[in-house]
Design a protein around this ligand. Sequence first.
Ligand code: FAD
Ligand code: UDP
Length: 364
Amino acid sequence: MYDYLIVGSGLFGSIFAYEANKRGKACLVIDKRDHIGGNIYTEEIEGINVHKYGAHIFHTSNKEVWNYIQQFAEFNRYTNCPIANYKGEIYNMPFNMNTFNKLWGVVTPQEAKAKIDEQIKESGIVNPKNLEEQAISLVGKDIYEKLVKGYTQKQWGRPCHELPSFIIKRLPVRFTYDNNYFNDIYQGIPIGGYTKIIEKMLDGIDIKLNYDFFDHREELEKIADKIVFTGMIDQFYNYKFGTLEYRSLKFETEILDCENYQGNAVVNYNEYEIPYTRIIEHKHFEYGTQSKTVITKEYPSNWEKGDEPYYPMNDKKNNELYAKYKELADQENKVIFGGRLGMYKYFDMHNVIEEALKVVKEEL
Ligand code: FAD
Ligand code: UDP
């Protein structure tokens, strides 16, 4: 018998397990994958820490979260500065003075603002109601056409006017020559990879891999007093109100016999016609000097039952459906739902840590 069965060894499940174990609670962590760590899992290939499920850059403005994660790893000074490739033209991301200068030749913030204001005025948008209108009213038509439209359509499999505007608000718009992708105070990559963080969290805790909760549900529901569930909430309730939508991805990783393939950790490919959204060159996250390099192409794809649910589709329809499941979840006294899938939210790592620590405070 365990005090807690933790379904999912991602960041949420592992933090909960670590904190519970520290307080003398007996925990069993299960995961359906053959490794721990969920989507932050990194694996060493050719001496390079490869982010197996896409680029993961840690960033937060929450000092408590930053201090918390530092117990498990030392972070380097990596600052994410992706570049965007649109039909061979290179632009700096996020949208900033370097982007505006390359696009329009403007030099001062005043010139850039005037150009964007002119384009917003031409569009006639006053209250943006979807991602397309939101993007145009933030950065104007030219940037929308080149850097947002194609990328977003392939990422989400829908035209921008059918997507919620919050997605584009993740990206800063800056009138300074600053290519930092995030506005947060703290940022970096854990030296030695993310898997080591999870290994430390789960040290001394029972773990079963290749073990799907739904294949052993009856037995597992009896094995512990409580369950912390970080899988898909709709699956937990056997999709009784309907299926939540997700977006999936396929990753194609190659080892290349060259030292430096693209000169940057993240290069976005913004035209619709190229089927991948970005190429990651992993060594640049840790300033690697290995003689070979490892790259990963990220292809967005439709999600169907059985595929990996990487992104929740947090539009109105799905959020309303989630609210029904949440109502059931709130009535449970033996099950706690957490993480990106359990809470059906487009969480970054720092959000997941905040949520996990909240649950730890309430529960433990
Ligand atoms: P997960 O990591 O998904 O863990 C859930 C675990 O539960 C998985 O291991 C899964 O196998 C397991 N599981 C699910 N169902 C079952 C079941 N039925 N039985 C047993 N096990 C089960 N965040 C950032 O802060 N910065 C970034 O740069 C960043 N980049 C990202 C890039 C991509 C491509 C993606 C997809 C996400 C990115 N994120 C980033 C978000 C980050 O990955 C998540 O916030 C975080 O990993 C979520 O942790 P979690 O524990 O909630 O979920
Ligand atoms: N986005 C874009 N062009 C880019 C990068 C991002 O239009 O070059 C949009 C796209 O809609 C994407 C959203 O901004 O889904 C958020 O980007 P982010 O990099 O935060 O996405 P994630 O890393 O979570 O996939």
